[in-house]
Design a protein around this ligand. Structure first.
Ligand code: NAD
Ligand code: TYD
Length: 333
């Protein structure tokens, strides 16, 4: 197997490359990544026969073709991924998430790459009420943030290449991930890092929004399963079916770090804030025999321990650009 991973210097792509290295030592992996603010090469292997890094933009057809030559499959992670940034400005989201996906699809088609996996999100389905059943693969797409809208647009493009060009594409849609190497802008890594250096933790609105947290390793094992055993044209929902309110998740972080609950600060709500996501993952469980291994409390404790032991990874990320973003995002709230 020769695998092109896009966005492999980001949180989930990096964990995926590490898992493939561990479980499939004979595979060769190419990582195409533009190295945006969310990326770091730390934690990735050195270049070797088994691994090569290509710095390039998925929107650049030449870079895409160079990286995709003679690959057996593409696993497409590269994206602008943070909802709050898409609210501040959505241009890069449309450009990378939609146009970038189109460039990759056209390149894969032209070069005859056999399989294309689109790594997507539960957010394309929109928001659930408290009593609604979880999202299924046939739940209509109803994205509510610019980020989710661009992921839904990309998913539809991917599906169209299956219908129109008979390409073997497969779409995975996963719930909120947590684990090592997550940039400290999303709720859990931001809470952990703030708790570890005594900074206040912003909770949007009443903090009663619910997310179905899944450990990144469980997500990566699910993607590997879809790559090896999934069916062309199919969508697979992935989730751990462990819904937790934001406030409860942050309190768990405070307990694990030993920080005070006084750090919690309720701030004004996110515009268009999705109240609840929940996944029905019975299709991948039944058809592909996958199931999550991490319970949220165990996975979170391990993740907090990882951030405690790896300050040398996250501390350098909190430079000028990060502080400027933080000020824009939280300063006026
Ligand atoms: P991330 O923001 O941590 O990493 C994104 C990576 O993509 C970075 O390394 C960045 O440099 C790269 N990238 C961005 N624009 C690029 C471009 N134009 N060309 C090449 N590389 C580019 O994101 P993540 O959390 O690892 O998410 C990865 C994928 O998984 C995304 O497609 C996201 O929509 C999806 N997803 C994420 C979650 C989650 O909870 N984080 C849940 C479900 C699905
Ligand atoms: P986030 O990690 O940004 O993921 P998503 O928006 O993709 O679900 O946010 C998770 C939840 O936490 C979401 O309900 C928004 C909320 N949140 C806060 O309350 N405070 C914060 O500082 C952040 C970043 C998120």
């Amino acid at each position: 197997m020769r695998l092109l991973v896009t966005g492999g210097a980001g949180f989930i792509g990096k964990n995926f490359i590490r898992l493939v290295h561990e479980l499939r030592p004979a595979w060769r992996v190419t990582n195409l990544d533009a190295l945006t603010y969310a990326a770091s090469l730390c934690g990735l292997p050195d270049d070797s026969e088994r691994y090569r890094f290509v710095r390039g933009d998925i929107r650049d057809p030449k870079a895409a073709a160079w990286a995709m030559e003679e690959q057996s499959a593409v696993v497409h992670f590269a994206a602008e991924s943070h909802v709050d940034r898409s609210i501040l400005s959505s241009g890069e989201f449309v450009s990378t998430n939609v146009l970038g996906t189109q460039v990759l699809l056209d390149t894969a088609r032209r070069l005859g790459v056999p399989t294309f996996i689109q790594v997507s999100t539960d957010e394309v389905y929109g928001s659930l009420g408290v009593a609604d059943p979880p999202f299924r693969e046939d739940t209509p797409l109803a994205p509510r943030s610019p980020y989710a809208a661009t992921k839904a647009a990309a998913d539809l493009l991917v599906r169209s290449y299956h219908e129109t060009h008979d390409m073997d594409v497969r779409i995975t849609r996963c719930s909120n991930n947590y684990g090592p190497y997550q940039f400290p802008e999303k709720l859990l890594p931001l809470s952990i890092v703030n708790a570890l250096h005594g900074r206040r933790i912003p909770i949007y609105g009443d903090g009663r929004q619910r997310r179905d947290w899944i450990h990144v390793k469980d997500h990566c094992r699910a993607i590997l399963t879809v790559l090896e055993n999934g069916q062309p044209g199919e969508v697979y929902n992935i989730g751990a079916e462990q819904e937790t309110e934001n406030l409860a998740a942050v309190r768990a972080v405070l307990r694990e770090t030993g920080a005070s609950e006084d750090l919690i600060r309720f701030v004004s709500d996110r515009p268009g804030h999705d109240r609840r996501y929940a996944m029905d993952a019975s299709k991948i469980r039944k058809e592909l025999d996958w199931e999550p291994r991490y319970r949220f409390d165990e996975g979170l404790a391990q993740t907090v321990a990882w951030y405690q032991a790896n300050e040398s990874w996250w501390r350098p990320l909190l430079g000028e650009d990060y502080q400027a973003y933080y000020q824009t995002q939280y300063g006026a709230r």
